[in-house]
Design a binder for this molecule. Structure first.
Ligand code: 5GP
Length: 135
């Protein structure tokens, strides 16, 4: 399904591109979590991680690694978060597969991580059984 990212790929709306190849495109997020926050997208109209082909997954992972290395060298952050949201419940707002590269600096206060939950042994066991069966 076409989203705003298809229009960016097609050059119909502008984006601050940092890298492009035949399969992927990397550009600055319009509403960055930190300076240098970059999105890496697969050029195919695929919404989520599980829908990617092996080739699309590999191409996007390679570009993510390459751009993250460039951000590390150019901006010298103290760390980098790689994030990727699948589905509205997980925070996905643009339904075109993309990876967030978010440079981080010590005590930058950028991201609030999850609260850790306690699960019983029975719950852990049931979850691992369900996932294992699905693989
Ligand atoms: P999601 O919430 O789907 O994981 O992330 C979507 C990201 O796309 C958001 O961080 C948002 O700021 C960014 N975004 C949405 N529309 C545009 C746009 O038109 N241009 C750019 N450069 N980024 C966009």
């Amino acid at each position: 399904m076409a989203t705003i990212f298809t229009r960016i790929i097609n050059g119909e709306i502008p984006a601050l591109k940092v890298y492009e190849d035949a399969d992927t495109l990397a550009f600055l997020d319009i509403a960055p979590a930190s300076p240098g926050h970059t999105l890496v997208i697969c050029k195919n109209e695929v919404a989520t991680l599980t829908e990617l082909s092996d080739a699309q997954l590999l191409a996007t992972a390679r570009t993510t690694q390459r751009v993250a290395a460039a951000i590390q060298q150019a901006l010298q952050p103290d760390g980098i978060n790689i994030m990727q949201n699948n589905g509205a419940a997980a925070g996905q707002t643009v339904f075109h597969y993309h990876v967030h590269i978010i440079p981080r600096w010590t005590d930058d206060g950028v991201m609030q991580f999850w609260e850790h939950k306690s699960l019983s042994q029975a719950e852990f066991t049931e979850i691992v059984a369900k996932i294992s069966r699905a693989l």
